[in-house]
Design a protein around this ligand. Structure first.
Ligand code: NAD
Ligand code: TYD
Length: 368
C-alpha cells in the first residue's frame, strides 16, 4: 500500500509507539507521521533514531493540550490518529494513580474532543481514530476460563486498567453519540526492543547482566499472554487499514506462560550468551554468568503486587478472521531477538535507566 497521507501517532517516543512508527515507515511508502509525545520518563527521542527524518515530525507536547492537537490536525491536514500515549506501568499506578487518570482518561478525552471539533465540523471529513488499549481492562481469568473475547465484560482491577477501561468507554461513546469513526484494539503483554526496563522481560534481562536480584511477585505463577511488539504493531496497522468502524479487535499470540517460566527462559538465554561470547564476561563482570554460574541463582521471591491479576489470555479469532491477523514471531524467536537487542544496545538501556526511574524504584521498593 502506498499513500501520501499524514497520520498523527501519540506516544510515538514510547516502547510500542516507536516500534509502530518503524513498522509504518517500512510498510506504507509515502506515509508521513506527526508524533506527539510529552517525553515522560517512558518516552525517549532516541527510540526514533534512524527513522527517515523526511517522513516524521516530532512534536514535544501533551495530548491534554486540546488546542495543540486541533492545530496539528488542521495544519498537517491529518485525518488519522493512532493513540498510544499513556501511563502504562501497573506498579506505578498503584503508588501514584493520579498520573494515570490525567494521561489515560483526560488525555484520551482531549484527543477525542479535538478530533470531533476538527473532523466532524460541517459536512465531516473521512477520518479514523485508532485507540490502542490492553487486555487488562477485562480483569483476571480463572485457570480454566476461556480467553478474553471482545464481548467479555470489563472488570478492571488496577488503577492502570481502570484508567484504560475509562478511555475505551470514552472512545466508544464518541462513536455512538457523535459518530466519530473509531476502532479499538486490546492487546496482551508485549515485549521487544525499546521496552523500558521496569516491565518484566527487560527488567529481568538487565538485572541478570548487573547481577541484581530477579524479583518474582508472589508465587510466580501469574499467567500472561506474551506477544512480540512487531506482531502487535502489525495488528494495530491491520485494524487501522482494514478494521470496521466502531469495532473492537483483541490482539494476542495464544502464548500463555507463567511468569516463572519467562524468567527461566531469560536466565537460560543469558547463560547461553555468556557461554558462547567471552566478551560478555568483560562487559558485565557482576553477572553470575561471567563466573560460569547460572543467572537463575538471582531469583528472589518478593511480596506480591496488591490486587495482582492471576491470568490474562486473548482470543484473537475476530482479528484473525476479519483482518487476516497472524503473529509472525514464536515466543522462542521473539525472545532470542529481544535478548540479542538488549545485549547489543547497552547504551540505550543505561541511558533510559538513569534519573527518574532509579529514583522512583528506590523510593518505592528500595534499591534492587
Ligand atoms: P510506554 O509507557 O512505553 O510509552 C508511553 C508513551 O506515551 C511515552 O513516550 C510517553 O512519553 C507518552 N505519554 C505519556 N503521557 C503522555 C501525555 N499526556 N501526552 C503525550 N504523550 C504522553 O507505553 P507502551 O508500553 O509503549 O504502551 C503504549 C500503549 O499501548 C498504551 O496505551 C498501553 O496502554 C498500550 N498497551 C501496552 C501493552 C504493553 O505490554 N506494553 C500491551 C497492550 C496495550
Ligand atoms: P508487567 O511487565 O509489569 O506487566 P503487567 O503487570 O501489565 O502484566 O508484569 C508482568 C508480570 O510479571 C505480572 O504478573 C507481574 C510480574 N512481575 C514480577 O513478578 N516481577 C517484576 O519485577 C515485575 C516488573 C513484574
Amino acid at each position: 500500500m502506498s499513500t501520501e497521507r499524514t497520520i498523527l501517532v501519540t506516544g510515538g517516543a514510547g516502547f510500542i509507539g516507536a516500534n509502530f512508527i518503524r513498522h509504518r515507515l517500512a510498510t506504507v511508502p509515502g506515509e508521513r507521521i506527526v508524533i506527539l509525545d510529552a517525553l515522560t520518563y517512558a518516552g525517549n527521542r532516541a527510540n526514533l533514531d534512524g527513522c527517515d527524518a523526511a517522513r516524521i515530525e516530532f512534536i514535544h507536547g501533551d495530548i491534554r493540550d486540546t488546542a495543540l492537537v486541533e492545530m496539528l490536525l488542521r495544519d498537517h491536514r491529518i485525518a488519522t490518529i493512532v493513540h498510544f500515549a499513556a501511563e502504562s506501568h501497573v506498579d506505578r499506578s498503584i503508588t501514584g494513580p493520579d498520573a494515570f487518570l490525567d494521561a489515560n482518561v483526560i488525555g484520551t478525552h482531549s484527543l477525542l474532543k479535538a478530533a470531533r471539533s476538527v473532523w466532524l465540523a460541517g459536512s465531516g471529513l473521512p477520518h479514523r481514530f485508532q485507540h490502542v488499549s490492553t487486555d487488562e481492562v477485562y480483569g483476571s481469568l480463572g485457570p480454566t476460563d476461556p480467553p478474553f473475547a471482545e464481548s467479555h465484560p470489563y472488570q478492571p482491577n488496577s488503577p492502570y486498567s481502570a484508567s484504560k477501561a475509562a478511555s475505551d468507554h470514552l472512545v466508544r461513546a464518541y462513536h455512538h453519540t457523535f459518530h466519530l469513526d473509531v476502532t479499538t484494539t486490546n492487546c496482551s503483554n508485549n515485549y521487544g526492543p525499546y521496552q523500558f526496563p521496569e516491565k518484566l522481560i527487560p527488567l529481568m534481562l538487565v538485572n541478570c547482566l548487573h547481577g541484581k536480584p530477579l524479583p518474582i511477585y508472589g508465587d510466580g505463577m501469574n499467567v500472561r499472554d506474551w506477544l512480540h511488539v512487531d506482531d502487535h504493531c502489525r495488528g494495530v496497522s491491520l485494524a487501522l487499514d482494514k478494521g470496521r468502524v466502531g469495532e473492537v479487535y483483541n490482539i494476542g499470540g495464544e502464548n500463555e506462560r507463567p511468569n516463572i517460566e519467562i524468567v527461566q527462559k531469560i536466565t537460560a538465554a543469558i547463560d547461553a550468551a555468556f557461554a558462547s561470547d567471552t566478551t560478555l564476561a568483560v562487559r558485565f563482570p557482576n553477572s553470575p554468568a561471567s563466573q560460569g554460574k547460572p543467572c537463575w541463582s538471582l531469583v528472589t521471591y518478593v511480596k506480591d503486587r496488591p490486587g495482582h491479576d492471576r491470568r490474562y489470555a486473548i482470543d484473537p479469532r475476530k482479528a484473525q478472521s476479519e483482518l487476516g491477523y497472524r503473529p509472525h514471531e514464536t515466543f522462542e524467536s521473539g525472545l532470542a531477538k529481544t535478548v540479542a537487542w538488549y545485549l547489543a544496545n547497552e547504551s540505550w538501556w543505561r541511558a533510559v535507566m538513569d534519573g527518574s526511574y532509579r529514583n522512583w524504584i528506590e523510593t518505592n521498593y528500595g534499591a534492587r
